[in-house]
Design a protein around this ligand. Structure first.
Ligand SMILES: Cc1cc2nc3c(=O)[nH]c(=O)nc-3n(C[C@H](O)[C@H](O)[C@H](O)COP(=O)(O)OP(=O)(O)OC[C@H]3O[C@@H](n4cnc5c(N)ncnc54)[C@H](O)[C@@H]3O)c2cc1C
Length: 627
């Protein structure tokens, strides 16, 4: 390999820089074996510290029953069981988390694993996901302790303060930014040294560690430089202002993923908390006279259990599981429930207001230097990358599934530095076409595979323009009375023309960043080929990009809003601002589904916030918390 290009510019020898590695292949191999054994031991220890799987006795009683051990549910069960004389049962459909899931780069490999992913799919559409098999978008969702926080890409963002003020404006008292700010601080332990000093905005004592991944590829540095060239500041997007460029902050601790399970449950020994795993809740039980939730029915190892709640049932099964369970239990659009022969307990707009963030996935740039994180380099034990993770928790395997840089911008007002961004640019240390797993994860069709999969054998870079405040809304409904049958999901992406408009601007902005001097210096070349359907449009015309957008429409997995929070006067609201199901006693919903409007960011941290706030509301109401 030559160390310089013909124009005299220095050439990267590998992801670490211009010089050769300072360990030999044999040394790496020996360390991989030693590190691998240590890793197995660490996993054993992790399992020993995990919550034991306790099967409750049929017809037993707890004060609180929490359904779903995801981002929200694990947090709530942990916070409520802090009160020693309160008993809590947490019910999770999936198994325990393993340490392998917590290797950050492996995020790409967890989707489609049947034992831990619900593997939902949207209904076919001619308007979006046209480049996916059957024109369906794949929707992964965690089915494991930690829920989707165990499958996600770990990107830690809070959103903009205006998002929460907007929730309050919609009639949700107590949810303005000034009301939720303390919960954002309570949940986190920011480990980035320069941000720990920002006591006004950041938390340093919470259970959820937030850190920059220890490794940065040369491309992310160039991306940030490119941002500066365009006049953007480098920001702590979880601090005072969101608009600007940044390395991503991740839910990560010392190079490992930080799930809700790890943050709130692992290592906690509490006699008053029982966790039952591999337990599928079929429905919530009601006293139909009083309209009070009295317990749940779940199935574990083919046995049915009815368990009762003295105080409350809290539903945290996520944006798909929660509306599904409400509808199966008789709370939902009355006509729809009657069609399926379900007794209606309450007519409510459950399953409407389905929101998600989508991005355009096809922006691919080729590189002449080994500057992207590729599977072939990572798995090559003669290179030190695997060794560096196993021995030191360092190197490219610590990146959040390969995501590295983030920019929050307002494409309608690019000079705006202090507003609410409407676009995120998320960079990858590779491109969607360069990672074999992503073809399967997104279900890309044969034409895309035939045209682009050669890129897996070279180096490339990619950026996802992601719309932050989409106006399109979808819905979901039951297909069957059986909880094991996935609901029917209509994503309805790009149905609002404004979403197309904003995303097309986002695509152009992403290309603009890639054209900066800082990026061009890296030898980036735009790979401007497209699927046959879009070839008929002139390159860079609006219709060209719209066609591409409707083809490689990527979910960024932020399904939300399906049990909308709102005041009782809002006929579309399912839960009130205390997250109680309107018209029902003893039942609350707390997870991604309650968001009345999707926040301008990745939602994992906001859902932790929702769970922290809910826990305090419940404690206060039952007299366990006096402010
Ligand atoms: C692949 C992927 C990547 C993502 N990347 C990011 C990211 O980088 N940053 C970010 O902020 N967000 C990301 N997200 C989104 C974020 O992780 C989720 O929005 C968040 O975890 C949802 O939390 P939740 O509590 O609403 O639901 P979940 O965490 O999904 O929890 C729901 C839990 O309920 C359980 N459950 C459901 N139904 C039943 C039932 N009938 N019986 C028993 N248990 C049940 C599920 O198994 C699950 O454990 C990503 C999501 C995915 C899937």
């Amino acid at each position: 390999q030559q160390s310089r290009f013909s124009n005299g510019q220095r050439r990267y020898a590998n992801l670490y820089g211009y010089t050769n590695f300072n360990t030999t292949g044999t040394e790496n191999l020996i360390d991989v074996v030693i590190g691998g054994l240590n890793f197995l031991r660490a996993n054993e220890q992790f399992q020993e510290n995990a919550q034991p799987d306790v099967t409750p006795k049929h017809r037993s009683k707890y004060d609180f029953i929490v359904i779903g051990a995801g981002t929200a549910g694990a947090t709530i069960a942990s916070r409520l069981s802090e009160i020693e004389d309160v008993s809590v049962l947490l019910i999770e459909a999936g198994p325990e988390e393993t340490l392998l899931m917590d290797v950050p780069i492996l995020a790409n490999f967890l989707q489609g694993v049947e034992s831990i992913d619900w593997m939902y799919e949207t209904e076919p559409s001619e308007k979006y996901c046209r480049g996916m098999k059957g024109h369906k978008c794949k929707w992964p969702r965690g089915k494991v302790m930690g829920g989707s926080s165990a499958l996600n890409y770990m990107i830690a963002t809070r959103g903009n303060w205006r998002d929460y003020d907007r929730w309050a404006e919609l009639g949700n008292d107590g949810w303005a930014f000034k009301d939720v700010m303390d919960y954002f601080k309570k949940l986190e332990n920011v480990e980035i040294p320069e941000l720990r000093k920002d006591e006004k905005h950041r938390g340093t004592n919470g259970p959820v560690s937030v850190d920059n991944p220890p490794f940065r590829s040369p491309m992310v540095d160039a991306f940030l430089e490119g941002g500066k060239e365009l006049g953007y500041p480098l920001v702590d997007y979880n601090g005072e202002k969101q608009i600007g460029f940044s390395y991503i902050q991740s839910t990560m601790h010392r190079g490992y993923r930080m799930t809700s399970n790890r943050a709130y449950l692992v290592g906690k020994k509490r006699r008053n908390l029982h966790v039952t795993k591999m337990s599928m809740v079929h429905r919530i039980l009601f006293d139909k006279q009083t309209k009070r939730a009295i317990g749940v029915l779940f199935v574990k190892n083919n046995r049915m259990y009815k368990i009762y709640a003295d105080k409350e049932v809290i539903l945290s099964a996520g944006a798909i599981g929660s509306p599904q369970l409400l509808m199966l239990s008789g709370i939902g659009p009355a006509e729809h429930l009657r069609e399926l022969g379900i007794d209606v307990i309450r007519d409510a707009r459950v399953g409407d207001n389905l929101m998600d963030h989508i991005a355009y996935g096809g922006l691919t740039f080729l590189l002449d230097q080994p500057m992207s994180i590729t599977t072939f380099d990572l798995l090559n034990v003669l290179k030190p990358y695997l060794r560096d993770f196993l021995m030191d928790r360092k190197g490219p395997a610590t990146t959040s599934g390969g995501c590295e840089g983030i920019a929050f911008v307002d494409v309608d007002d690019p000079k705006n530095r202090d507003g609410s961004p409407n676009m995120e640019l998320l960079t990858l240390a590779n491109s969607i076409h360069g990672i074999g797993m992503l073809y399967d994860n997104f279900g890309l069709d044969q034409e895309i595979r035939d045209k682009f999969s050669w890129i897996q054998n070279v180096y490339s870079w990619g950026v996802f323009p992601m719309i932050l405040r989409p106006k399109s809304r979808g819905w979901l409904r039951l297909r069957s009375k059986d909880v094991n049958v996935h609901p029917k999901i209509v994503a309805n992406y790009l149905s609002h023309p404004d979403d197309v408009r904003v995303l097309v601007k986002g695509i152009r902005m992403a290309i603009q960043v890639a054209n900066t001097e800082a990026m061009r210096k890296m030898g980036l070349r735009f790979y401007n080929r497209t699927v046959s359907e879009c070839e008929k449009y002139p390159f860079d015309s609006d219709s060209y990009w719209e066609c591409n957008l409707r083809t490689e429409t990527l979910t960024i997995y932020h399904y939300s809003g399906t049990c909308k929070m709102g005041p009782e006067s809002d006929s579309t609201a399912v839960v009130d601002p205390t997250l109680k199901v309107i018209g029902i006693k003893g039942l609350r919903v707390a997870d991604a589904s309650i968001m009345p409007e999707i926040i301008s960011a990745h939602p994992n941290i906001p859902i932790f916030m929702i769970a922290e706030k809910l826990s305090d509301m419940v404690k206060r109401e039952w007299g366990y918390l006096n402010d």
